[in-house]
Design a protein around this ligand. Sequence first.
Ligand code: M6R
Length: 365
Amino acid sequence: DKGNHRHFMAKEIHEQPEVVSHTLTSFIDMVGETIRLPEDLPFDWKDLNRLTISACGTASFASMIAKYWFERYARLPVEVDIASEFRYREAPLDKGGLSIFVSQSGETADTLAALRYCKEQGQHTLAVVNVPTSTIAREAEVMVRTLAGPEIGVASTKAFTCQLAALAGLAIGAGKARGTLSAAEESELVHALIEAPRLMAEALRLEHEIETFSRDLAKASDVLYLGRGTSYPLSLEGALKLKEISYIHAEGYAAGELKHGPIALIDETMPVVVIAPFDAIFEKTVSNMQEVAARGGRIILITDAKGAEAAAMATLKTIVLPEMPAVVTPIVYSVPIQLLAYHTAVIIGTDVDQPRNLAKSVTVE
Ligand code: M6R
């Protein structure tokens, strides 16, 4: 049932404040503002030297964002791998280490094969899954659920933001358990996470404005997405979302990589979506954006009020989100990224929920 929406994807984008809130309440103690990690874990966070995360597609971008969180909050080195590469690489793994698998369906063949490989290598295994009866959920030692509810649209939206919520919780919980976060820092981060659903609802209110920017994207044959820090994997996700449903060629890049190649692509016909909350690395991203502007690139900047003011340039179109703590920016900035892709595809007239050549669950390799 699509409710009042034209497509499942639109419905699922709009459900996000609610389902992210469900997911958060499943592991947050709202009164104490602490993270409740899964009980009876077969490993101790303090004993871990590194983490390995495997996933495919959108789930791999959620995993890349989680890398920033586990490294920052739990001071754990993280290796994120695309499951189809990991499964054949014969990666050396420490016995008793922890491998995490992220999957909406829990049936993705490559992610399942990566899980089985890790088990054979004596790894502890933890799966972040949306379908609790799935094969990956059953075969992993520990299951952490995302409570996105059934996701029908082939392009993942609400499963992605729920994966981010769950992974943020795990990283903060791991940081607390390892003593790399104080109780005060934990409660500050948890407090920020609790605000995410409200901030997502505010972002959804910008839909009409975002739709007008989509008209610009719909005319393009190529689109570049740029970001730094956690906005870098989000730029990969933005590009994937656009190409999946609108069939427009899109690339995500770490903004700092621009001058190492992709800047050659920039001309007046090339829209560039820049994801840049006003944070510690904002200035760096803005200087990359100026390089784009100097070559006539058409920029859509997704930022907050401070960022919009600091970046002010004539050529710019801006989507201005509320200011928010860094830990929630990937969750909230997903909303305009998804809406841009969705409205672009609707304008072009592609089959948004069932894009050509794609299956919801990739059970063959
Ligand atoms: O079910 P999974 O999360 O394991 O699926 C992984 C990918 O196949 C999936 O995220 C795919 O990239 C989506 N179509 C992205 O929108």
